[in-house]
Design a protein around this ligand. Structure first.
Ligand SMILES: Nc1ncnc2c1ncn2[C@@H]1O[C@H](COP(=O)(O)OP(=O)(O)O)[C@@H](O)[C@H]1O
Ligand SMILES: CC(=O)N[C@@H](CCC(=O)OP(=O)(O)O)C(=O)O
Length: 289
């Protein structure tokens, strides 16, 4: 095999390219970016590997990445194997005691460890947690018609900051601890938004299986205002699983998160495209300036 040689000109050209890229890569140095990986966005192994590489690269360029995941399709699969029927109200799973048991096993077990393993295989140091660990997410039942569905009320951002200081990437399953020892099923988007607000995050990226929030013509809206979200929800244009996402986005920006982006997590390098390119990706929701 012919040995490849590089001339001084090649090196100088490569250094110039890197130099041009650097200001962009430094854009989020020191920033906290909470990434919610939805169940529909984590289908293929290649997709998971690409996601994991992005997260490790983000950490290498100074970002503090915090991963919160979903896993709705994986829960559906296990519930149907166990012949436990399941229904959704306002985009959230009605959860009795038997359902919550399965949800915790699937999310904290199978799904959480798959993500942890992928990040570690990509060279990162990930640790899997749920809202129960270190009281990361204490919940109350505020939607009694949904059973053991939790609303996050109390957090432990200092613990997450100590993981960041130790260069550990937290991967959090949306299971909440109740004050009376209950286990709560928390919608993944709700959990990610609440954790992002508790960390005063710079960005919340909600990775799903659509390019962004679509209008009545089916076109993705690249920047969407809170007023537009309310109108589109009332008109039924925003429906199903998109409701908890847009609700989360509104709450997160009200609680200090600088911007929320809803984007297609199946696109290779989705997070990097959003953070480091001028055109970004998906639909952004920001506080009114
Ligand atoms: N206006 C809208 N724009 C885009 N997607 C929408 C809209 N309204 C409803 N949806 C639905 O919301 C889904 C995303 O929610 P969900 O399936 O719960 O995702 P995830 O598993 O990633 O959390 C989309 O696949 C789409 O079918
Ligand atoms: C209360 C509630 O709905 N919990 C969700 C938790 C998982 C989740 O949110 O998964 P996705 O992000 O993949 O949709 C559920 O049981 O499906």
């Amino acid at each position: 095999m012919k040995k490849q040689t590089f001339s001084q000109r090649d090196w100088i050209a490569a250094a110039r390219t890197l130099n041009a890229a650097l200001p962009n890569l430094q854009k989020y140095d020191g920033a906290t970016v909470v990434i919610k990986l939805g169940g529909h966005a984590m289908g293929s192994d290649e997709g998971m590997e690409s996601f994991a590489r992005d997260v490790v690269l983000m950490q290498q360029v100074g970002v503090n990445p915090v991963i919160v995941h979903g896993g709705g399709p994986m829960i559906n699969d296990m519930l149907s194997r166990l012949a436990i029927p399941s229904t959704f109200v306002r985009g959230k799973r009605v959860s009795d005691a038997a359902t919550v048991e399965v949800v915790e096993m699937v999310l904290s077990g199978l799904v959480n460890k798959r993500i942890v393993q992928a990040i570690n295989a990509a060279g990162g140091r990930a640790v899997g947690l749920s809202g129960k660990d270190a009281n990361l997410m204490v919940c109350e039942a505020r939607e009694p018609d949904l059973g053991f569905v939790g609303t996050p009320v109390d957090f432990n951002p200092d613990f997450l900051r100590s993981l960041h200081a130790a260069e550990i990437i937290p991967v959090i399953a949306p299971i909440g601890a109740g004050r009376a020892g209950e286990t709560f099923n928390v919608n993944g988007d709700t959990a990610a938004g609440a954790i992002a607000a508790s960390l005063d995050a710079d960005r919340l990226l909600l990775l799903t299986d659509v390019a962004g929030v679509k209008d009545s013509n089916g076109d993705v809206v690249s920047e969407i205002t809170p007023a537009q979200i309310r109108e589109m929800t009332e008109a039924g244009v925003i429906a199903g699983g998109m409701i908890p996402k847009t609700e989360t986005a509104l709450e997160a920006i009200e609680n200090g998160v600088r911007a929320v982006v809803i984007l297609d997590g199946r696109v290779p390098n989705a997070c990097l495209l959003e953070l480091y390119t001028d055109h970004g990706a998906g639909s952004m929701i920001r506080p009114r300036r």
